[in-house]
Design a binder for this molecule. Structure first.
Ligand code: AMP
Ligand code: ZN
Ligand code: FE
Ligand code: FE
Length: 277
């Protein structure tokens, strides 16, 4: 049994529909997958239906952006109640911030004499939760950059000229939001965010797990986080963070979370969780 617990669709900045994504998961013989689009649960119903038809166990999730001690970190919420009103209200707010951020990035690019129409980028993204990869694609299509990577390097990365900070909540609030919606909170790809010193405090705030396996974690990085997870008694998760073709090549299939980790994760999901106040 193996799982991929970190996947995106075109409901955020991936390129696959939920059905296409599940088709790839079935072809690659995954038994369990989780959908973790940024700041939205919209793809979950369709992914769940496609998984049911394919005999794949589906976990509803989302990837939230939080900040802590001036670092950006990503928190994965798993087993979320997709009808939870406070969660849906918070996500709607994050989505509107994302849409305005696209407009502001376009305005900054205009100031650099790079003509990008924010409304056109939003129309093309055709989702409520657009992100920088959509702007990167627009820059490539406009012939300004030769690849999405170049677009990030020249314009979109933190402290580059078109970088616009995103509304962020504290990690403590993000964990609370996930828990109140009945979910488990997992620290995403810690190897990309240099957040090690923050982990003990995240654990105090109720962190449930660490994404030890990720497409951009080396073997030694995974081992490092496995030992941190063990030390704090945390769940171990993993996923490819596949965005379809948005990152050049689809990453699904490159990370397989092994049964020894999938089983405790599913057992924790099945535990009734009393929402903390
Ligand atoms: P956002 O949520 O709008 O801040 O965008 C984050 C998305 O951009 C994530 O899916 C990242 O994988 C992607 N991303 C971040 N930095 C880069 C980069 N340097 N090159 C390509 N993609 C990136
Ligand atoms: Zn993304
Ligand atoms: Fe992330
Ligand atoms: Fe992701």
């Amino acid at each position: 049994m193996s799982a991929d617990l970190h996947l995106h669709t075109s409901f955020s900045d991936g390129t696959y529909s939920p059905e296409e994504l599940v088709g790839h998961a079935a072809r690659l013989r995954f038994e369990v997958i989780a959908l973790t689009d940024h700041d939205t649960l919209e793809g979950c119903a369709r992914a769940a239906a496609a998984c049911a038809a394919a005999g794949i166990r589906f976990v509803a999730g989302s990837e939230l952006t939080a900040e802590f001690a001036d670092s950006e970190l990503h928190l994965l919420g798993y087993g979320l109640n997709t009808q939870d009103a406070p969660l849906l209200a918070a996500l709607a707010n994050f989505q509107s911030v994302r849409q305005n951020r696209i407009r502001e990035m376009a305005a900054r690019l205009q100031q650099l004499n790079v003509r990008i129409d924010g409304e056109a980028v939003l129309a093309r993204a055709n989702c409520r939760s657009p992100g920088r990869p959509h702007m990167a694609r627009a820059l490539v299509e406009a012939g300004v950059c030769s690849s999405p990577d170049e677009a990030f390097d020249r314009f979109l990365k933190r402290d580059r000229p078109a970088w616009v900070p995103k509304f962020r909540m504290t990690a403590e609030n993000a964990i609370g939001l996930i828990h109140r919606a009945g979910g488990l909170a997992v620290l995403a790809h810690p190897g990309l965010n240099r957040v090690d010193p923050l982990i003990p405090t995240l654990v105090e705030h109720g962190l449930d797990g660490i994404e030890c396996f990720h497409s951009r974690h080396s073997k030694s990085t995974s081992e490092h986080y496995l030992s941190i997870a063990r030390q704090h008694g945390l769940l171990v998760t993993g996923g490819s963070d596949c965005h379809g073709m948005a990152k050049g090549t689809p990453l699904i299939g490159g990370v397989r979370l092994a049964m020894e980790h999938v089983e405790p994760f599913l057992a924790a999901l099945a535990q009734p969780r009393t929402p903390s106040a």
